[in-house]
Write a protein of this length. Structure first.
Length: 202
């Protein structure tokens, strides 16, 4: 078995106007597909380690040195994107009462959480991701990672993530990343976030 590029769970144009069809096509069919191909190429060099990317990236020191960075970049890229597609929804969804209450308890209010998440996404220099994660204590936390690093590498469980690489937004938003971040909040798949939250706390 090899790592497989997952299909998008909706049409390429389903997220318009927040994310345009051309961006989705390039992002999924080119960028994500490249991460999958490169991750498979790295794994082929060491079949003895298996193909469980989450387990491998949770213990990066166990990855053979000659493919370690390739798996961080491309295995992480695959995991991050496979999650990202599921976190977006063409239909407007609502946050669950439990998660909303925990966000209020952790950050003070939903607006305060959004402000902190937006800051993490805006101030991530260069390419990377902003995340809402469940930390090792089972608490919510906002963080960001460079490049295609995944929070799994730090023992964190991602439940919401935003790709702030320029390829994710530049065709539509040019250099105005904050507008893309605001648009993201209009298309979050909150039931999926809640599902991940419950699993992370179980």
């Amino acid at each position: 078995m090899a790592i497989i590029l997952p299909d998008l769970p909706y049409a390429y144009d389903a997220l318009e106007p927040q994310i345009d069809a051309e961006t989705m096509t390039l992002h999924h069919d080119k960028h994500h597909a490249t991460y999958v191909a490169n991750a498979n190429a790295a794994l082929e060099k060491h079949p003895e380690i298996g193909e469980d990317l989450e387990a491998l990236l949770a213990n990066v020191d166990s990855i053979p040195a000659d493919i370690r960075q390739a798996l961080i970049n491309n295995g992480g890229g695959h995991l991050n994107h496979a999650l990202f597609w599921e976190l977006l929804s063409p239909e407007k969804t609502e946050i669950s009462e439990e998660l909303a209450a925990d966000i209020d308890a952790t950050f003070g209010s939903f607006d305060a959480f959004k402000e902190k998440f937006t800051a993490a996404a805006t101030t991530r220099f260069g390419s990377g991701w902003a995340w809402l994660v469940v930390n090792k204590e089972g608490k919510l936390e906002v963080t960001s990672t460079p490049n295609q690093d995944t929070p799994i590498m730090d023992g964190l469980k991602p439940i919401l993530g935003l790709d702030v690489w320029e390829h994710a937004y530049y065709l539509n938003y040019r250099n105005v990343r904050p507008n893309y971040i605001n648009a993201f909040f209009e298309i979050i798949n909150w039931p999926k976030v809640d599902e991940l939250y419950r699993a992370a706390k179980a």
